[in-house]
Design a binder for this molecule. Structure first.
Ligand SMILES: C[S@@+](CC[C@H](N)C(=O)[O-])C[C@H]1O[C@@H](n2cnc3c(N)ncnc32)[C@H](O)[C@@H]1O
Length: 260
């Protein structure tokens, strides 16, 4: 844990050095340190939260992020925390802000929380906790949904955006669709495409007419995929939306299915 100080000036990292308290029945993975309101506001703006969306704050403390998303942005929010004192404070804060019906708080372990229906998840945890959460986030959240973290990154999963707000770092990731593997493309052109994927970064080759050519400008953002290939010396761009084992061309001019 002492190495935390070397790469973070977050007050949370400093408190984590002192030791993590056990207030609740289960030990806490992260001590309580609130996010400054200016940072809360920027986190929600960065996550492009919209009215009616479902927001979850993992380790919700006094509820400020979930209460703000409900009161300022019209979201439905859920905060989970293992400390019953924090849950009481958060419910009182939701009541004060008149959003008790839309900002709910549950005494729950964040690792056991269902995040599969969230449009946006926020967190202010610790580097090791973010890394432990990473497989759950990538498995359970839908492509195109967002994660915003205060202070800590997700290891080798590069953020789609990072910025500094009053000296704090805020990170944004968009959950990428799973596209690794072979796809059969039909429509305006017929070929097979082989995609390699590392989180939202993709590369690969297309095979047609007995030739293999590299994908150019391949990009993935949530469920939106795009790449270009040279056909008869002309660069042709393919832009589509991934839905499970299908990709549909933006203008219906091509489609792809996972190759057997
Ligand atoms: C650094 S505070 C962040 C509070 C709030 N999200 C904010 O940014 O203002 C982390 C919170 O996570 C809670 N916590 C720690 N381990 C947890 C766990 N395993 N499950 C749920 N909550 C946890 C702590 O009680 C604390 O309130």
């Amino acid at each position: 844990m002492p190495c935390l100080l070397r790469f973070s000036r977050s007050p949370l990292a400093v408190i984590a050095l002192v030791g993590i308290t056990t207030v609740a029945a289960q030990p806490l993975d992260v001590p309580y340190v609130p996010t400054p309101q200016e940072v809360v506001d920027r986190m929600l703006q960065l996550g492009k939260i919209r009215a009616g969306e479902f927001h979850i704050d993992l380790g919700s403390g006094d509820g400020r992020i979930a209460v703000t998303s409900a009161s300022k942005y019209g979201a439905r929010s859920l905060g989970v925390d293992l400390n019953p004192v924090r849950i009481e404070e958060a419910r009182a804060n939701a009541k004060k802000a008149n959003v008790s019906d839309r900002a709910l708080f549950e005494l729950k372990n964040l690792f056991e929380t269902d995040i599969g229906k969230a449009d946006i998840v926020t967190m202010y945890l610790l580097p090791s906790v973010n890394i432990d959460l990473r497989p759950k986030v990538l498995r359970d959240m839908w492509p195109g949904t967002r994660i915003v973290s205060h202070a800590f990154d997700m290891g080798d999963w590069k953020p789609d955006h990072r910025e500094s707000v009053i000296g704090r770092t805020v990170y944004l990731w968009v959950i990428p669709a799973r596209v690794q593997g072979r796809w059969s493309v039909e429509g305006s052109h017929q070929f097979t495409v082989n995609i390699q994927q590392q989180y939202q970064e993709i590369s690969g080759t297309a095979e047609f007419g007995g030739k293999s050519v590299p994908l150019r400008d391949a990009a993935l953002s949530g469920a939106e995929i795009g790449f270009a290939i040279d056909i008869d010396g002309m660069p042709i761009r393919f832009q589509g939306i991934v839905t499970g084992d299908r990709i549909d061309g933006r203008r219906d001019e091509w489609r792809a299915a996972r190759a057997k």
